[in-house]
Design a protein around this ligand. Structure first.
Ligand code: GLN
Length: 480
């Protein structure tokens, strides 16, 4: 067994017990990266050129390597959001989430690929080219946090961070065969996360075991005065508890979702998972989410695009990154910087967001979407009066081949149906591994969601699922 194969818990324990040194673990992960990276292409910027620096040799992650999605600011290290517009911008400060990991002793191996400004679900909308799925390099890893999921799946690092605005942690976790947690909105500080849709964005972890997600959440879930939406007066407890039980828990399926088609491996995983839940004492029930099933996709994209168009106004060639010095005036400068700097998906969303919020149409579109969002949040509150968790797919199908994206952007948006309602209502969602599809050998993931602040209970249920469904293996990364 190689050291890179250890999960986070084992790696940090091994270092504390002096079974191996941080340097040995670092070298093993680095070697793994070197052998797979030309096939996977998870990195935008590698920072593993020099020996590991552990800021806190006594921290719970002392000496454990990690990677960050490239929309998390890192002091003095290039942060691109996978866009040309940021050029070689080096933030003068750390995102709080990274600061907490760093202070717990984690070692940064680099910044990883994503869809530009987190807009997409394939990791193909990157100015740095696509990332490949380590389980089958002809396929997409999912997105937008594709690099973070691929890095954990390929065994580069035992855990990573991504962000989830409408599914960007849960969908790539499922496509790559790892666990991914989208925390309750407000559970993790967004300070230093490059904004996409600020009312939807949330940072969260990827790992190969539930216990590791619990470890990372125990460090991330701390109040931060730098993010006004960050929780106060909550005391989340992510302690791993082998005795946690789901006995008597009511786990619901969504009535309306059962009319939608799922690829066979996902439909089978749903059945298999229900059995595991029932065998462990849970009761399978049903809830109805009519507004979610009809309007969530339109509502999400109207809000996400409106917020994105406002958030992305700041990229003007003056404050950050890429600029031109020979423009005739400020208007020409803005035009040239933004025309060259943004990719086509980002541009089309900025234009859509401009139209949706334009004064004469704002009530009809943006304001209407905010009202639908309230209905969606209320619908979930009602549903969670009748059940403890909801079990649902992450996506309707397994990852497609790179280059086989739908020409029709709307079709791609619609595949986010199962993930984006969670962000609209600010809920926590866990993407968990259920096994490998026999025919394609691809991993199949599903999702468990719960009411606001039920993150640790969801992880407890996830632990029971992992015990019975098995943990994912490190993917071959295209090399062996
Ligand atoms: N696919 C969705 C979008 O493009 C969600 C992306 C995300 O969660 N960042 O908006």
């Amino acid at each position: 067994m190689e050291l890179y194969e250890l999960d986070l818990y084992e790696a940090s324990k091994g270092i504390k017990d002096k079974k191996f040194s941080p340097k040995e673990l670092f070298e093993s992960c680095k070697k793994r990266i070197d052998s797979c990276e030309d096939k996977i292409h998870a990195f935008i910027t590698r920072t593993d050129g020099t020996a590991p620096v552990t800021e806190n040799p006594n921290g719970i992650f002392a000496g454990v390597p990690t990677v960050l999605k490239d929309n998390l600011c890192t002091n003095g290290i290039r942060t691109t959001a996978a866009s040309k517009i940021l050029g070689n911008w080096k933030p003068p400060y750390d995102a709080t989430a990274w600061k907490y990991l760093r202070e717990a002793g984690a070692v940064l191996m680099g910044k990883v690929n994503m869809d530009e400004f987190a807009m997409g679900n394939t990791c193909g909308n990157s100015a740095f080219g696509p990332t490949h799925n380590p389980n089958d390099i002809s396929r997409v890893p999912g997105g937008s946090s594709g690099g973070s999921a691929a890095a954990v799946s390929a065994g580069y690092v035992p855990f990573s961070l991504g962000s989830d605005t409408g599914g960007s942690i849960r969908q790539p976790a499922s496509y790559c065969g790892v666990y991914g947690m989208k925390p309750t909105y407000g559970m993790v500080s967004r300070y230093g996360l490059i904004s996409y849709g600020s009312s939807l964005d949330q940072i969260g972890p990827f790992a190969r075991t539930i216990r590791d997600l619990q470890l990372v959440m125990s460090v991330l879930a701390q109040y931060d005065p730098m993010d006004s939406s960050c929780f106060r007066e909550k005391n989340p407890d992510f302690t791993h508890n082998e005795d946690a039980s789901i006995k008597g828990k009511r786990i619901a399926l969504v009535k309306e979702f059962q009319n939608f088609t799922l690829d066979a491996p996902i439909a089978e995983a749903m059945k298999k998972t229900q059995k595991v839940l029932e065998n462990n004492g849970a009761v399978i029930t049903e809830v109805s989410l009519p507004v979610v099933s009809k309007y969530a996709v339109a509502c999400y994209y109207a809000l996400a695009m409106s917020e994105a168009h406002t958030n992305l106004e700041r990229y003007d060639g003056v404050r950050y990154g890429y600029t031109v010095n020979d423009a005739a005036g400020i208007k020409e400068m803005f035009e040239r910087v933004r025309s060259y700097g943004f990719g086509s998906e980002v541009k089309s969303r900025i234009i859509a967001g401009t139209c949706l919020t334009e004064p004469s149409r704002c009530d009809e579109y943006y304001v209407a979407a905010t009202k639908v969002r309230t209905l969606i949040a209320q619908e979930f509150i009602r549903a969670f009066g009748e059940c403890d968790f909801i079990l649902q797919p992450v996506t309707p199908s397994l990852p497609h081949k790179i280059g086989e994206e739908d020409e029709d952007a709307m079709k791609g948006y619609e595949t986010d149906l199962y993930t984006l309602p969670v962000n609209l209502a600010g809920l926590p969602g866990l993407s968990f591994f259920t096994g490998y599809d026999d025919a394609t050998k691809l991993p199949v993931g599903l999702q468990l969601i719960g009411p606001r602040w039920s993150d640790s209970e969801i992880l407890n249920a996830g632990m029971i699922l992992e015990r019975h469904l098995g943990s994912p293996k490190i993917a071959n990364g295209g090399v062996k």
